[in-house]
Design a protein around this ligand. Sequence first.
Ligand SMILES: [Zn+2]
Length: 303
Amino acid sequence: MDNKYLQTKSHPLLNLNHPILVKMKKKELSAKDKKLKIRLEKGIQDQDPPLYSRWRRLNRLLPSDPRCTTCMVPFEGPGGKLFEVVFNQKRSTLNPLMCNKCEEIGRRLDFGAEAEMSMLFADIRGSTPLAESMSPIEFKELIHRFYNETTHVLVHSYAIIDKLIGDEVTGYFIPTFVGGKDYAQRAVKAAQDILQVTGHANPEGPWAPVGVGVHTGTAYFGSVSSSDGLVELTALGDAVNTASRLASQAAAGEVVLSESTVRKADLETTNMERRTLELKGKSEPMNVWVLQVGNIIAAKELE
Ligand SMILES: [Zn+2]
């Protein structure tokens, strides 16, 4: 710091109303918010279904999609109207995947914690040649339909949906939000459902060629705000990168599961193909299991 400012007490930061200081003061949480932040972070780490997952389950029953991918409050239909009129809870103007309340809490509390979770990445295979084979409007419609159908599956499997990028969707299955210890099974079921809704089981073939990867491991999950004010609830860490790499190795109509996913979901592997993959950025080859759309594995019944 330049000494002359200290001597004259005219340094801009000595002004208590300076925008930077005001912003710093704002970051100081109230006692109530501090408690809420601790509860949220503990909730993410907690493996037991807390109150929050029951609240999500309840909201999921209200009509209708689309809904907040965090709290599952509906944006449309009678349920959407109810929340908008009674609680002023509606789609955030910054992040269309989230409601204004979840967005506000994410921004205000800046919360996050490490947790074990299953991570699902689904992407359209060969989207570049696909885009070349159709008009831009047709391609936009295909992507739109892909987002709609896959986010519907993910929301209804209690996943948290991360941002939708290009030709890819991402869902995180976190015990707290999923509501129990069967998060890996739910992720595998959702992966198979995504292949079904994109038409991979149809005799005439899929309307969008999709490959899915599911990995289970520990990642950091929390709110991340960008400079333009957008809040994302996202997961970070090596395990997330691994999940993404698995998806990139899945051919159309395939689900690539990591060993940890198969173990955690307690899957029967007799119908699955075993492969060893060299993943980008990984020193050791990784053993994986591959599910084709036809061989729906018998997982424990999920409600
Ligand atoms: Zn919400």
